[in-house]
Design a protein around this ligand. Sequence first.
Ligand SMILES: *Cc1c(COP(=O)(O)O)cnc(C)c1O
Length: 364
Amino acid sequence: MTTTPSELAPLEFSVTRNLAAKSAAEREQILRDPGFGSVFTDHMVDVCWSERGGWHRPRVQPYGPIPLDPAAAVLHYGQEIFEGIKAYRHADGSIHTFRAEDNARRLQRSAQRMALPELPVEYFMQSLRELIAVDGAWVPSGEDQSLYLRPFEFAKEAFLGVRPAAKVAYYLIASPAGSYFTGGVKPVRIWLSETYARAGRGGTGQAKTGGNYASSLLPQAEAYEQGCDQVVFLDQDGNVEELGGMNVVFVFKDGRVVTPQSDSILEGITRDSLLQLAEDRGHTIERRAVSLQEWRDGVASGEIVEVFACGTAAVVTPIGALVTRDGDETQPAGGLALSLREELTDIQYGRRDDKHGWLVRLDA
Ligand SMILES: *Cc1c(COP(=O)(O)O)cnc(C)c1O
C-alpha cells in the first residue's frame, strides 16, 4: 500500500548537538580547499526502520562511527543503496539543492530492487533540511564548491540467513566538496573494458547500490594502469552502457543528442537535466541503444562530433580518447558539453533563471 503525502505526518527529529564541533576558524580553513569526500560535517541524520515499527527514531546526532553487529546483513550480502546530491550556496547566502525529490524517488526505486524499505520522499527531504539546519555553515561559497550530501540505507539486522533484512537504517552524511577539476575542465581518457561487465540484463545496474561500485574497482584499476581516468562498460550485446559512475552522451553533426538507455544503466539526474536543456535549445534527444560499432563508425565518418560523460560529482566531462589494447581513438572536440555545463551550473548556483523549477531551498 502506498501512502499519499497528506496522510504522512512529518517525522519529529531529536537533535543532539556535537559538543566537539569544529570551530568557525577550523571550518573556514577546511572550506578553503575541501577536496572531495574525505572531510565530513559535524552532524549526521539517521532514521531506523523495522518490519514491525516502520520508520522510527529520527535523529540528528554528532557525526561519528555507527554501532553495527558483526552479523549485520549488509556486511555479508551487500544489501545497501545510496544517493549523491549537492547543496549550493547562492550569492545572497541562501542554500539550495537540485531536483532532490528525483533523488528521493530514485532511492525508492533502488530500495525496491534491493528489497529494502522505501523511504517516503517527504522524509528524505526532511532529512536534508534537518542536516542543513545544524550544518548549514558547512556549505561553502567558493567558485564551483558545494556540500556533497550522501543519503544511504543498509540492512543492519544481525542475521546470517539469506532474506531481506527486517531491520534497516537510513543515514545522511555530508562532505564539503571543492571544484572537481583543478585547473579547469579537461577531456578524460576512457578505457574500454573488454574483460569485465558492470551489470547484466535483469541485474542491479539501474539501482544505486554499493555492489555495482565494488565490481567496477578492478576494471577501474586496469584503466589507471593504462593511463586512463575512467572505464566505459559495454553490455552483453556490445552496446555502450556507462562509466563506473557517470552516464555517456553522444552529440551528432545534425544536432541530435543521443544517450544509451537500457535496464542495466543508472538513470542520471545530471544527464536528464542536460538533455532537457539541450532540448530547450532545439536539439532532438534520443534515448536508445548505442553500439560500440555505431560510436566508432560515427567518429570515423564525422557523424559524431562530441562525446561526454556526466554525473553529480564532476557535472560534465568531455571524453577526449577511447583507449583499448590497440591504442587510442581520439574523440572529436565540440563545444556543446561545456556550454550545457555552464548553463546547468549557472542554474544550480542561482546565476540564471531556474525555468524548470529544479531548485529546492533548504535553509528556509
Ligand atoms: C550516480 C550515478 C550516475 C550519475 O547520476 P546523477 O544523478 O547524474 O548523479 C551515473 N552512473 C552511475 C552508475 C551512478 O551511480
